[in-house]
Design a protein around this ligand. Sequence first.
Ligand code: ADP
Ligand code: MG
Length: 478
Amino acid sequence: MDAAMNSVSSVVPLHAPAVDAVAQEESALMWESVKQELHHRFGDAVYRSWISGLSFEGVHNGQALISAPSRFIREWCMSNYYDVLRELFHVHNPRIYGVDMVVRTASTQMKIADSLPPPSVKTTVSALDNNVLDAMGAALDPRYTFDNYVVGKANELAHAAAKRVAESSECIAGCNPLFLYGGVGLGKTHLMHAIAWHIRQFHPERKVVYLSAEKFMYQFIKALRFNETMAFKEQFRSVDVLMVDDVQFISGKDSTQEEFFHTFNALVDQNKQLVFSADRSPSDLEGIEERIRSRLGWGLVADIHATSYELRYGILQSKVESLTDMVVPHDVLAFLAQRITSNVRELEGALNRVIAHASLIGGAITLQSTEHVLQDLLRACEKKATIDDIQRKVAEYYNIKLSDMHSARRSSSIARPRQVAMYLAKQLTARSLPEIGRKFGGKDHTTVMHAIKRVQELMQKDTELKEDIERLQRNLNG
Ligand code: ADP
Ligand code: MG
């Protein structure tokens, strides 16, 4: 009898209540999206070496708890990625203020909740006190310099403008602000870092701050919370060159926009140089106030186009020279440049994989080995659906208007297909929840998360819907 009781009570916790299952799924989605964002920001190599081994353990006292496979990885991630992790978690769940990392060993896994250190001020904070600029901005990637930037037709205007701004010892009237825009992975961030490096080296007296719009918002919110808005304003208004990356991020965030606008005006009035980037032109920035959009476009607007084959080949060549002594034959480079066309980050990732494979396994790099190593990637490239494709196909399938994908209409004949499209966007593309939300008429990431969950639930009960979705999925996968 005792034994039976025991076994019953030990089984109970395994059957977690439905609420926990939902929370768990939400956590898993959040972590997936945080990881994707890190992958996107730091690239394949960093992601594989440092981030892919981390696990998300849960949230405790406003801290996201992560476990790392070793002490070394823990130290490294905490000193290099603490800020960005905190930011990303906070964006997904405003109740998360910090990040804690433990080393995962067989025994710590069970006791993680008990071993949580008290919420503490991180060591990074005191290090940042010494350098206000670095605290406000984000770290610069040492690889992103003008020397490492390959110029072609697609990016020559953006490159020339960036150089001009970097080389000048003062703000350039016709180039203020400099607004760089283009698709993902085409080199916007690279150019911005290059400007900052150049100024740091040749005009060290000029105060340069580079940061993402997301970080700008995060700092602004933090300042609001701690009643430090005056200090916040002063800090930003005392820089000589302010660079804000991915400004599309502030679309729909009204109070951040407001502060951004004031900071921006104050700096322009003082003849300070501004540089912005976005994934689209100022006039196409939905969810950003008209007065801000028009001001963003006042200076020089330079777009980076999709790369040509020649440019991709040139970029590969330059990467090979900087990465390795190995010989990467012409036909391999040509093959990569031909097949991986969507963005330079993927192109680089593919090259890295080919080189890493050869140096681990030994042997020469050949076209055959390349095709073999990149099998999955090449397949993914061939049939990669975009959110636009998905919206079009789903709208067609359910016979609704494409514009309904962006609308806020709630009638289920419209809302359901829209949820299906959001679900498919999550399944078939590498876009994060906030990015998907933006593509659906500027919806919040929680709306997207809800839609995905709803579709998953429905698919379990409704075989017809499940078949519809599978059909769409096959169709989109080509
Ligand atoms: P974006 O900010 O536009 O999404 P990134 O600046 O992050 O793109 O670029 C993605 C990757 O591609 C980076 O590693 C960057 O160094 C590389 N890259 C992009 N364009 C070029 C180029 N013209 N020359 C060399 N590397 C490039
Ligand atoms: Mg970027």
